[in-house]
Design a protein around this ligand. Structure first.
Ligand code: MG
Length: 159
């Protein structure tokens, strides 16, 4: 059985007048994430983990922030493209585990919707997409609500 593991990390700043989108789900909050795309930090960490598992580089390589084509991009569309790269190479996802670190808002009520949405895009069952949420205990920039970060691990298996 041929398997590969990948890990991904991302962080985006929290600012006013931006939507907060995590795992493809828009969450009501007075602050949102700043970025060239929709700044969906969870989806970005998962994409980097998928690419990392096959040593295919990082999302900055495929979707450079200098390219106007990706301005305001829906990260789920980028996720589908990265999934396509895996499928083209005859790999599939066994499971994903991830954690979002945010002081606020409370993410627990949105976790299932995020899992369902990501599973839909990646042609998985929701129980193959793990998402956990934690705070940073008010420590550091994430704890001071300057940003939100996400970590992800992905296991792939050859078809
Ligand atoms: Mg990012």
């Amino acid at each position: 059985m041929q398997i590969r593991i990948g890990n991904g990390y991302d962080i985006h700043r929290l600012v006013k007048d931006r939507p907060l989108i995590l795992g493809g789900i828009k969450i009501e909050h007075e602050l949102g994430l700043l970025g060239h795309s929709d700044a969906d930090v969870l989806t970005h960490a998962i994409m980097d983990a998928m690419l990392g598992a096959l040593s295919l580089g990082d999302i900055g390589h495929y979707f450079p922030p200098t390219d106007p084509q990706w301005a305001g991009a829906d990260s789920l569309k980028l996720l589908a493209q990265v999934h396509g790269l895996l499928k083209d190479r005859q790999w599939h996802i066994v499971n994903i585990d991830s954690v979002v670190v945010a002081e606020r808002p409370k993410l627990k009520p949105h976790i299932q919707a995020m899992r369902d949405r990501l599973a839909e895009v990646l042609e998985l069952q929701s129980d193959q997409v793990g998402i956990k949420a934690t705070t940073n205990e008010r420590l550091g920039p994430v704890g001071k609500e300057k940003g939100i970060c996400a970590h992800a691990v992905v296991l792939l298996q050859a078809n």
